[in-house]
Write a protein that binds this ligand. Structure first.
Ligand SMILES: [Fe+2]
Length: 386
């Protein structure tokens, strides 16, 4: 059992901590920050308290609110140019996965040559980026504690994974108060993204005891809290536990990586611009069904963690009940049970298969996977045929 467990990000979780962002930067000695966000977060007034705290702490800042869903290389390179002309000494990301991934790319490209897409793969980045502090506003991405950023190549529509220890944020400030006003559809999509991280991480071929512990605890906490967060909205306890669970799931998959759900969902995001969390949620039962013969015991663990009473079931029955539990959650959260409704067009099937197979996640999926397998999973998910 050889493994290397590495999460250099310092994490602080506290209700209302985002209102102390200015003090936090002051304590770290940073004076000029580049604030990466999207227009939705800014328009919702989420930045107001953060900006006030920066002003009170005499921190100068420039706002970049051009982040787009499924971040592009052009967006990142534009941000890096603006950081250089502003002369920022640090970067603050406030938002969901797209804002955090964009900020990671910008941070890296301030200190590295060429284009962000030149660094596709693992360990290619030569120099550390600017210090990066992240404040997630959704409970799902886990990007606040991962070593990767996902960037879309706008020419090929391929979502490129760039993975390096230099991409880990320096600090993550978790404030559940920022997530209480999230609309239901975003709560559902991001929460199911976190559940997918936890499940794919737990069944990956490259787990270790630490990542498995984080994954299972994340599955438990999401199973217990996602419906309350979705149906009540402003229930602080469930929001807080979802935020912590998405962090644990992110910490887990930063060690173990993911699997076929993410291989396919990144492709669907790149080609059809489908929201990441919804694509994951809709694909998850089909990939679990495909993977079941390779890891029935782990699938039985997942069922138990999701609250299924498995004591009187065989391993096979318990494993199958995990798939039923995920489908039940999708139904409760109003998520389609097929990917046809998400706008997938099977005319693009050869490209979807080719791009999915290019993902490094296929290699660590628990069940050996061929291009024909990926095609079958996509076709089954399209037709809603389990
Ligand atoms: Fe994800």
């Amino acid at each position: 059992m050889n493994f290397y467990f590495h999460i250099p990000t310092s994490i602080k979780m506290e209700r209302g901590i985002s209102k102390k962002t200015g003090n936090f930067f002051n304590d770290l000695g940073y004076k000029k920050l580049f604030l990466v966000t999207d227009s939705g977060v800014r328009g919702a007034g989420i930045l107001d308290d953060i900006e006030e705290s920066l002003k009170n702490a005499s921190i100068s800042y420039q706002i970049f609110d051009d982040v787009v869903p499924n971040p592009t290389s052009e967006n990142i390179m534009d941000g890096a140019d603006r950081v250089k002309s502003f002369g920022a000494d640090s970067i603050l990301a406030v938002g969901g996965g797209s804002s955090i991934d964009t900020a990671k790319g910008i941070s890296i490209m301030v200190h590295n040559e060429g284009d962000i897409l030149d660094y596709e793969g693992v360990g290619k980045i030569k120099n550390p980026g600017l210090p990066l502090i992240v404040v997630p506003t959704t409970a799902g991405t886990g990007s606040e504690v991962t070593a990767s950023t996902i960037v879309t190549n706008t020419e090929t529509h391929f979502k490129t994974a760039i993975i390096s220890p230099y991409i880990f944020p320096t600090y993550a400030l978790l404030d559940a108060e920022l997530t209480v006003k999230l609309p239901g559809n975003i709560t559902a999509a991001t929460g199911m993204d976190a559940l997918t991280h936890a499940i794919e991480s737990y069944t990956s071929k490259t787990t270790n005891p630490g990542s498995e512990a984080f994954s299972l605890q994340a599955i438990r906490m999401i199973g217990e809290n996602i419906e309350k967060a979705y149906f009540v909205g402003n229930d602080m306890a469930s929001r807080e536990r979802m935020l912590a669970a998405s962090l644990l799931a992110g910490a887990a998959f930063s060690q173990s990586r993911l699997g076929n759900v993410h291989a396919i969902s990144h492709t669907l995001g790149g080609v059809f611009n489908i929201a990441h969390g919804i694509a994951n949620a809709a694909l998850l039962p089909f990939v679990m069904k495909f993977n079941l013969p390779a890891c029935p015991e782990k699938m039985a663990d997942i069922a138990k963690a999701l609250g299924v009473k498995t004591d009187h079931l065989s391993v096979q029955e318990a494993a199958e009940s995990a798939i039923v539990a995920v489908i039940h959650l999708n139904k409760q959260l109003n998520i389609p049970l097929n990917i046809k409704e998400l706008g997938v067009d099977l005319n693009q099937l050869p490209k979807l298969v080719e791009d999915s197979m290019r993902s490094g996640n296929v290699l660590i999926n628990p069940r050996l996977t061929t291009a024909q397998d990926i095609q079958n999973i996509i076709e089954n998910a399209y037709n809603g045929r389990l």
